[in-house]
Design a protein around this ligand. Structure first.
Ligand code: S3P
Length: 174
C-alpha cells in the first residue's frame, strides 16, 4: 500500500514534519496517538494510567491493522514506541515506505523539556530517561525503516523537503 510512515523517538518531529509533508504531497496526515485517543475517548496519559502500557501497545497494533484496511496515500505518524513490537514491523512495511527521523537525545530533551503529555518522560530525570530509552530503541528504529533522515539542527521545512526528495529518488537506507 502506498503510504509514507515516519517513525522515531518522541519529539523527533514525526507529526510536525509529517504535517508539512502531507501538505506538500497534498494528502492526509494520520497520527496514531490521535486515532487511539478518539477511539478511547481519553488522552494517552489517561490510557497509560487507567489501562496500562501493555493495553496501549495492543491498541497501537490494532490501529495499524485498521489503517491497512484503508485506501493508501496517507502520511502516517505513529507513536514513538510503536516499532518496539516486532509484529508491528511487518505491518508497517505492508503499509508503505518507512522513514526514521533520527534525533540526538539532546535535541529531544530540548524540544520536550516541560512536556507533560508523555507519560514515559514524567520523571525527575527526563534527560537520563531519554538517553536510556533512545539507547534501547535505536536499533529497533534502524531495523524497522527503509530510510534514515537526521533532524538535529534542522527545520521542519528542511526535513519535509528532504523526505520528499528521498521518495522521488527512492534510494535505500542511508
Ligand atoms: C510513546 C510515544 C508517544 C505516545 C506515548 C508513548 C513512546 O507518541 O505514543 O506517550 O513510547 O515513545 P509520540 O512519539 O508521538 O510523542
Amino acid at each position: 500500500m502506498d503510504n509514507l510512515i515516519l517513525i522515531g523517538f518522541m519529539g523527533s518531529g514525526k507529526t510536525s514534519a509529517g504535517s508539512r509533508l502531507a501538505c506538500l504531497l497534498d494528502c492526509p496526515l494520520v497520527d496514531t496517538d490521535r486515532l487511539i485517543e478518539e477511539e478511547q475517548g481519553m488522552s494517552i496519559s489517561s490510557i497509560f494510567e487507567r489501562k496500562g502500557e501493555p493495553a496501549f501497545r495492543e491498541m497501537e497494533t490494532q490501529c495499524l491493522r485498521k489503517l491497512l484496511a484503508e485506501p493508501g496515500g496517507m502520511v502516517i505518524s505513529p507513536g514513538g514506541g510503536l516499532p518496539l513490537r516486532e509484529e508491528n514491523h511487518g505491518l508497517l512495511r505492508q503499509l508503505g515506505r518507512v522513514v526514521y527521523l533520527r534525533a540526538r537525545p539532546e535535541t529531544i530533551y530540548d524540544r520536550l523539556k516541560g512536556d507533560t503529555a508523555r507519560p514515559l518522560l514524567q520523571t525527575d530525570e527526563p534527560q537520563e530517561r531519554i538517553r536510556e530509552l533512545l539507547g534501547r530503541r535505536k536499533a529497533v528504529y534502524e531495523k524497522a525503516c527503509d530510510y534514515i533522515v537526521d533532524v538535529d539542527g534542522r527545520t521542519v521545512e528542511e526535513v519535509a523537503l528532504e523526505i520528499r526528495e528521498l521518495l522521488a529518488l527512492d534510494g535505500g537506507k542511508g
